[in-house]
Design a binder for this molecule. Structure first.
Ligand code: DQA
Length: 142
């Protein structure tokens, strides 16, 4: 089973950016957790991070016919990007939305998730462990 993990803007700054909100683990720690979980569960995982909306749209489109599922944390684009929503709908792959922080208890402008409208599951407020949970969910679901 091939799973594409997509992270949006500023997720590469984990460990540096607002550690009280996002924790002290780095993006490298996140990648290590994802690849370890994948190896333990026989999953084939690719990770992609970009600060650019169009690059994320391109990557989702490229997943069509290659990957079986997508895990996506669109970061700030969660709350703004209809293009990412449309790309997820276009490829129609099973998708899980992950947020490191508990977005539901944060600012009003974080309360809408466009990408989430094309995702079958949402995991938020679990720190980087949310990605591990998303991988296990997709393993059991597929
Ligand atoms: C985030 C939450 C978003 O509101 C924010 O813009 C991010 C990260 C999270 O993982 O908690 O950059 O997606």
């Amino acid at each position: 089973m091939k799973i594409l993990v997509i992270n949006g803007p500023n997720i590469n700054m984990l460990g540096i950016r607002e550690p009280d909100v996002y924790g002290r683990e780095t993006y490298q720690d996140l990648l290590a957790l994802i690849y370890k979980t994948a190896e333990e569960n026989g999953l084939d995982v690719e990770c992609f991070q970009s600060n650019h909306e169009g690059a994320i749209v391109d990557k989702i489109q490229e997943a069509y016919g290659i990957f079986d599922a997508i895990i996506i944390n669109p970061a700030a684009y969660t709350h703004t990007s209809i293009a990412i929503l449309d790309a997820l709908k276009a490829v129609s792959l099973p998708a899980v939305e992950v947020h490191i922080s508990d977005v539901d208890s944060r600012e009003d402008f974080r309360q809408i998730s466009y990408a989430g409208m094309a995702c079958e599951k949402r995991i938020a407020g679990q720190g980087i462990d949310g990605y591990r949970q998303a991988l296990l969910y997709l393993k059991s679901r597929l």
